[in-house]
Structure formats: C-alpha cells, structure tokens
Design a protein around this ligand. Structure first.
Ligand code: G6P
Length: 614
C-alpha cells in the first residue's frame, strides 16, 4: 500500500510528481504529501488529509520550480489519516525528508530511545523515526547514503523508502527491504524517476531497473548507483519494458469500475489471443515452458491468493482437478505462509495476483520456493515482484485495472486458469483430441458469452433500485460457483458498505437460514448445471421463510422464474466456464447499489488496490 514517487532532473519536479502520484492513488488515498527542494536551500513541504486532489488544491501554484522532489499517497497503518501523519516526514532540523511504504515493526522502542535523546516527534507514524535516525547518523559525519544505510540496520520490517536531504540537494536515496512493495528506478534523458509501481512513470520512460530485496540506490539527474546493506556496489542494469496499456481515462464511463466491467468481453479475448489453435485444436501457454513430462509429473497443485484473487484460485482448483485429474488445494496466502505447508518439488504452486505485489502472496511464494516447489504466477502486471519470484508467469493481459474492486482481472484470471488446467490435462493424457476440440470451441465463444452477460446491466440497475436500502445480503452458490457467491458478497461489501455473506448453498441450513426474512435478500446462482436441482431445493428453503430471491439462471429456465422473485438470465455455458459469466451480474448489481447509495465506487473507504502490508 502507499504510493511513493521521486524525481530529479532538469524540469520542475512538482507537476511530474503530482502526475505520477495520481497514477498510484489506487495504492492508498488516506492522505497525500509532497516535498520539493526550491533550489535556494529551502524546501517546500505540503500535506493534506484525504485524496490527492485535496493536496493539489492546497498546494495551488505555490510549488516552487525546484527540480528534485518526492511525493506520497498514504494508506494508513500507524496513526490516523491526518495531516500530521501524512508523509513526507522530517527530522528535528528540517533537513531529512522521508516517504515510506510498509511497516517499521520495532518503531516503538526506537522512538522511545530517540525521545530519551531529545528528539521531538510530530506524528504517530512508524515512518518518522527513520528521519530522526538519519539525522543522528549524519550528525556522526555520515553522508546521506551512509546515513540511510546505517539507519536501516536498526529497523525491522518490510518496507521501501525514499530519503531526500536539504543539505545534499542533488540526490534521492531509495531502499527496499523485504516484500512490502518494490521500487522501480526510471531512466530519462538527464532526469531520473523513482516509484513504487510502473504505471507512475511509464509516460516518462520505459527504461527501468528494479530494486531487489535489500538494495539501496542513489539517483541523481545523470543516473543511479546501487549498493547493498554493507555499502558494497551492485550491478543493476536497466531493461526496456513494453508497457502498452497504461490508459487511465474513464472513456465516457462515470467510474473506472463500470468501464472495467464493460471491458470484460474484450479483456477475455486478450487473455485467449494466440493461445488457442484450431487445426488441430490445441491450447498452448508459451509462458509455461515446463516439458510435457514435467507437467505430467506434478503430483499436487496448490493455489494461493488473497481477496478476489483467492476466489479465482478456488475456481482454478475445480478446473485443475476436473481437467487434469491431479489433486488441487487452495489456500489463503496469508495462512499458507505461516502453517509450514507440506510441499516439495513435486508440487506446483500457482499464485494468483493481479498486481503481482500483494505481500502475503509474495511471502507464500517464497515459502513454497524455499521448500522446492515450482511456481507459476498468474498476474496482470509485467515485471511485478511476483513475476520475478515465480519460475513462470502467465499474463492475463486485462489492461490496466484502476477500480480498487477487481473485476476484469478476476474474469481474465479464471480464463487463464482454464488454459493452464487444459494444458496440464493434455500433458497428463486426461484430455483427448476431441475433448480439446470442444474446449477450444467453448473458449472461442467465451468473449461473446461474456458480452451477453454484460447485457444484464439494465436489469441489474433496476434490481439495485429495489434493494439498495437493504443492509444485509446472502449470496449462495454451489460447486464451481460457490467462490462466485463469495465474490458477489465481497464486491457488495467493498463498494457499497452493505453487509453480505457468501455461503455454500448446502451450508445455509447450518446457520445462515436463521437470518432469512424479507429484509435479507438472497442472491442464488442457480444455473442449469449438475447442481441445479440442489440449488432449487435451497431456493425453496429460502422462499419458505419469506426470503426474497434474486436468481442467476440459465436462459429459458421458466420454472425458476416462477419460484424466485427476480431472475437474471445468462446464456448456456459449460460448467467449468460458468463462473466467468455468473460473476458479471453480481459485479453490476454491487456497482449500481453502491452508486445509488452515494459511495465512492472507485476508491472505497479503507481499501487499497495493492496490499503491501501484512
Ligand atoms: C486488494 C484489492 C483486491 C484484490 C486483492 C488481491 O484487497 O482491493 O481487489 O483482489 O488485494 O490483490 P492481487 O493484486 O494480489 O490480486
């Protein structure tokens, strides 16, 4: 969480920092701050509570023309989202400015020691101690790099920081420790950039280097020097990245989330492009260069992820078990990493992370790697940390997703999982040519089916008008659509702040049924599949208790229309691909409810798109 940017070069830093930061706001928007050295021995420092736009307005045209600066957008961990707690933080003498992403775990004893030595603090953050540690180190005669390096030796945790000094006004020092989000160094002509994520700087340069865990870097207008925690020089060569789709315009939509939902048909096409062949029918994933033998030899698959990506992983488990007949399990990455999982080199770990930066997912991958597992990550972000930890990456090619609530990345992740499951099934001899032909055919029709699912928008909007005042919802699903019941409930919670629970429909009678009445609408995914009859029973159980049922059904199912209060129809779709469709009306329903409730759909309170703290 938290977005950090830095600039040093020949142009005024202020507009560049604001522009870059605006593309990182999905990382947190509790407060924002900027510091620019004015070129005359002074520093302009401005902070604001709330969104970046408030800071930009507060700074107005007072930002000096100085050509070096740092800026930050915060997702609060230690201390409330106030102006005092906004970054950059500064030492007692007003010389060292620090911005930070992550957590300093031992900040409390360090702060007590610093206070005992006469330091005064103006915030409740863990970050501020770094400025004071650097101040003390430099008072011992150390230059900026050495002072930062020495200070980091005292602190524990996973974090990345930028430090700038009024008395050394030609450089910024960056450091990355652990997996709490990376730092990308951008190379321009006579100017250099720093940011926590690529989207911030791609309009300025495609020549970048990434800090590795434990790296420090000093950047000046002419380049960067890298060194390790012992001060030894490191060779980090920049690479040229291709980063096509960084468009952040809403394209006529009121919110990014709606735009991204409506893009899903095209997004799925992008995931499939070049990966299907028709004569003979085959599915190929060039990014997974395991030999057929290796793919066949995995004895187990473990899928990990967080949030919406965890729901994709749950769908992937069913796809892999059904298509490849290999045991598959799913774990929440934050649990997996701490339970000493039993895995070895015969385990394939599949991590799902659209950002490639989620700290718990990265830690789960490291855990699996240390035990000898092979790792494939399914991600949307080129060169993200997950792609560098994994053995292989399957890119989902969804294009930039800005809305904090993930939509098209989920749909694309599920499509990518299907491709992986099919490749494994083929390698293991489970799927024959005729089954491949059917599957390739199904996949080729998938974008059009998603397009049909998007046509439920007007009905979902009407339903939202009926139900937007309700504060509790139950979502029910079975089999491969149970994770989509969880996802439907998650979307509603995230963006409308209504309480919602997703349940296996079979579990309903073991507790949630006690809550059912007219004031708790039930969204039931009841497609015409192998579990249809069971879902009908559950819907009857809800109706018998005066519950309101919104059913997601298969076109032509008139019987369900006679039992449910409302029916949203989807075209017939094969079971294993059905979550890719069933989730669409639930995304739209959540969206329209949130809009009707007046919520900030793209930036829901307390959430962030990349979660880089535990
Ligand atoms: C946050 C986001 C979710 C996302 C989750 C996992 O909670 O708000 O939308 O699903 O992180 O993110 P990842 O980037 O790992 O898929």
């Amino acid at each position: 969480m938290c977005g950090i940017v830095g600039y040093v070069g020949g142009r005024p830093a202020g507009p560049i920092l604001f522009d870059a930061l605006q593309r990182l706001e999905y990382r947190g928007y509790d407060s924002a701050g900027i510091a620019v050295l004015d070129g005359e021995g002074g520093v302009f420092l401005e902070k604001a509570a709330g969104r970046l736009s408030i800071l930009v307005k507060a700074a107005g045209d007072r930002v000096p023309q100085g050509t070096i600066g740092i800026a930050h957008t915060r997702w609060a961990t230690h201390g409330k989202p106030t102006i005092a707690n906004a970054h950059p933080h500064i030492d007692c003498n007003g010389d060292y400015l620090v911005i930070h992403n992550g957590i300093v775990e031992n900040y409390r004893p360090i702060k007590d020691d610093l206070m005992a030595r006469g330091h005064t603090f103006s915030s409740d953050t863990d970050t501020e101690i770094i400025a004071h540690l650097v101040e003390e180190s430099s008072a011992r005669g150390n230059g900026l790099e050495e002072a930062v390096r020495e200070s980091l030796g005292a602190i524990e945790g996973a974090y990345s920081i930028l430090v700038m000094s009024v008395s050394e006004p030609d450089k910024i020092v960056a450091a990355r420790v652990g997996n709490a989000g990376g730092i990308v160094v951008g190379y321009g002509e006579g100017e250099m950039f720093l940011a926590s994520d690529l989207p911030a700087i791609v309009p300025y340069t495609h020549k970048v280097a990434f800090l590795e865990n434990g790296d420090l870097a000093t950047i000046g207008p002419q380049g960067a020097q890298y060194f390790d925690s012992n001060g030894r020089g490191l060779d980090r060569q920049p690479i040229i990245i291709s980063y096509g789709d960084v468009t952040v315009a809403k394209g006529g939509y009121k919110h990014f989330m709606l735009k991204e939902i409506m893009e899903q048909s095209q997004a799925v096409t992008n995931t499939l492009r070049g990966r299907l062949s028709f004569d003979p029918p085959e599915i190929s994933l060039e990014e997974v260069p395991f030999s057929q033998r290796e793919l066949a030899d995995f004895r187990r698959v473990v899928l990990v992820g967080m949030g919406t990506s965890l729901h994709a992983a749950m769908v992937g488990r069913t796809m892999i078990e059904e298509l490849a007949r290999v045991p598959a399990e799913v774990d929440n990455a934050s649990e997996f990493r701490y339970r000493n999982p039993v895995i070895d080199s015969s385990t394939l770990v599949v991590s799902l992370t659209q950002s490639g930066e989620t700290v718990d997912t990265l830690a789960a991958m490291e855990e699996a790697k240390s035990k000898g597992a092979r790792i494939v990550t399914i991600s949307n972000m080129e060169n993200s940390q997950a792609t560098r930890v994994a053995d292989h990456t399957i890119y989902i090619r969804a294009g930039m997703e800005i809305g904090v609530a993930s939509t098209k990345c989920l749909v694309n992740s599920m499509a990518a999982l299907y491709l992986l499951a099919a490749c494994m099934g083929r390698a293991r001899g489970v799927l024959d040519g005729s089954q491949m032909a059917t599957m390739v055919d199904d996949l080729a029709r998938l974008p059009a089916l998603v397009g049909a699912a998007l046509e439920t928008g007007p009905l979902c909007q009407e339903l939202a008008l009926v139900y937007f005042r309700m504060n509790d919802f139950l979502y029910l699903g079975r089999g491969i659509n149970y994770p989509m019941a969880l996802e439907g409930a998650l979307k509603l919670k995230e963006i409308s702040y209504s309480h919602a629970e997703g349940y296996q429909a079979g579990e309903m009678k073991h507790g949630p049924i006690a809550l059912i009445d007219q004031d708790m609408p039930v969204v039931a995914i009841a497609l015409k599949d192998r579990l249809y009859a069971k879902m009908l029973n559950n819907i009857e159980e809800v109706k018998a208790r005066d519950g309101k049922v919104i059913a997601i059904a298969t076109e032509g199912d008139e019987y369900l229309a006679s039992r449910a209060d409302h029916v949203v129809y989807l075209p017939p779709v094969p079971y294993l691909l059905s979550p890719i469709l069933s989730v669409v009306p639930m995304q739209l329903f959540a969206y329209y409810i949130a809009v009707r409730r007046g919520c900030d759909v793209d930036q829901p309170r307390n959430l962030a798109k990349s979660v880089t703290v535990e």
